[in-house]
Design a protein around this ligand. Sequence first.
Ligand code: ZN
Length: 237
Amino acid sequence: MQETIQALLALQELDSDIYRVKDELRRLPAERASRRAQIDALVTRKDETHKRSLELKVKVKELEDIATTSRQRIRKVENEMAHSRADVALHAAYAHQIKSLKKDISLSDEEALTHMTEIETLDAAVKRLQGEIDAAEVVFADFSKNCASELAAAKERLVALETQRSQRMAPNIEPETFQHYERLLQTREGVALAALEERICQACYIQVPVNLYVRVARGTTVVNCPSCDRIFYIPPA
Ligand SMILES: [Zn+2]
């Protein structure tokens, strides 16, 4: 059994590194995607703000057209009025029409002004967002470049470690023990073995009963930590 533990310890030495490299290989693309998504969200916000500004500009143009049409109509009515001075009733009707048209113009102008204030705010926001996006893109391009070279290096390291590992694979490890060991690598962040020192598990720091310590020291069976389930070994004194 000591042989099994020695073989597992030899593997563990590499497996901690393999776990770290694999973790890096997962983490880097995730980090990259998350950074990309943050910039994309900014771009969406900027586009939406820009779209809203354009919509309001169309609206302002429409309101200006309404005001222009109303002004033209006022001139037309005023002209007609000039030619009908004799008719009092008609004169009053014209005057009423002009008053109503002037009210339309005033309302259109007021609404247009409100929109123009909002357009100013929106355009300023678009400009600010574009600045943020440009700055973020520079940082992202730099990160992406580093990310690519780090990933390439990590992949190379992984291949080297796995080659070393296959050379260390001991044929005399029980399949059941080996499967348990591999499961622990997954669930215990790459550390499947735990040193037992003075009855304390050096991975989770619980104290084990004397009889359990004796079984580990005797080295005739594989003994797991009752708390973290890692495989115990007694480190050389
Ligand atoms: Zn433990």
